[in-house]
Design a protein around this ligand. Structure first.
Ligand code: LHQ
Length: 266
């Protein structure tokens, strides 16, 4: 099933929703329209009970080249400056948290270059798998800017402060294997089998206990702000909820009966 959008495509294939950035001639650079569409598509995927895994990828040879710099061309040419803070608040600040908080596993399938806010978008996803043809850059510094769209927050959490700072202040364009070495992506797949490899991972995650995955995301995201005692209490409260799910019962029964579990996300 395909949902109608202007700058992204959303296709649900069984339990997996594919969200594809669709401005290939601009390497899927982000516009205000695209940001709004992403926010809406991720909200829908989050609430659609049929969807148990979301894949974000790019059409053509790029994943996402970050902010479409031509969107502000008129303002720059006229000697004025765009209101960047206002732009950030009305687009990325709405969209990025929705991606992070999606109550389903979200895979960034980095098929090609990811730059600037395009990298932030990939970092907002749970698992990053890169094609061996992908390249990644914190492009912001090359145009005199700082990492925005969550980049200052998400990148150090993925790779640690020192590497995050290095990537951010050099703007170096790194290849997929370097991204794997520094922990920016968790897997690299050959371009020829990339789609198949991503599909396999997506269906595997979609067949897991979806409620436990949602709760695990929420716990891990919240844990750094808690004391150990509060984290333990939160685990106990949420584990009690998980203990009441059908998937918990199925998991235990399958173990005892020595068979594969059939989780339904309930
Ligand atoms: C593009 C873009 C692009 C438009 C390639 N925009 N057309 C927030 C708020 C406010 C202001 C600013 O920013 C932000 C957040 C940010 O994201 S800042 C960072 C913005 N992104 C960049 O600075 C990256 C700019 N792009 C590049 O450095 C290169 O294009 C990369 C390294 C991504 C890819 O290089 P190549 O593979 O050599 O491709 P290319 O440069 O030839 O690009 C292909 C086409 O895509 C080209 O158009 P053309 O008409 O010549 O074929 C580019 O102009 C266009 N394009 N990025 N961000």
């Amino acid at each position: 099933m395909t949902m109608p959008y202007e700058q992204i495509a959303v296709d649900r294939e069984g339990t997996v929703a594919w969200i594809t950035l669709s401005r290939p001639d601009r390497l899927n650079a982000l516009t205000a329209t695209m940001s709004g569409e992403l926010e809406s598509a991720f909200r829908d995927a989050g609430t659609d009970e049929r969807v148990r895994c979301v894949v974000l990828t790019g059409a053509g040879r790029g994943f996402c080249a970050g902010q479409d710099l031509t969107e502000f061309e008129a303002a720059y040419r006229s000697g004025k400056r765009p209101d960047i803070a206002e732009h950030l608040r009305t687009s990325y600040h709405r969209m990025i948290p929705v991606v992070v908080q999606t109550p389903k596993p979200v895979i960034a399938a980095i098929n090609g270059v990811a730059a600037g806010a395009g990298l932030s978008l990939a970092l907002a996803c749970d698992i990053r798998i890169a094609s061996d043809e992908a390249k990644i850059t914190q492009a912001f510094v090359k145009i005199g800017l700082i990492p925005d769209s969550g980049g200052s927050y998400l990148l150090p959490r993925a790779v640690g402060y020192s590497k995050a700072l290095e990537l951010s202040i050099t703007g170096d364009l790194i290849d997929a294997n370097t991204a794997l070495e520094v922990g920016l992506v968790s897997r690299v797949a050959q371009a020829a089998t990339f789609r198949d490899d991503v599909t396999e991972l997506a269906y595997r995650l979609a067949s897991m206990p979806t409620l436990a995955i949602a709760a695990t995301k929420s716990l891990l995201q919240g844990a750094p702000h808690l004391t150990l005692q509060d984290a333990l209490e939160k685990e106990a409260a949420i584990q009690a909820e998980m203990g009441r799910t059908a998937d918990h019962l199925e998991g235990v029964n399958a173990f005892v009966e020595k068979r594969e579990p059939r989780f339904e996300g309930r």
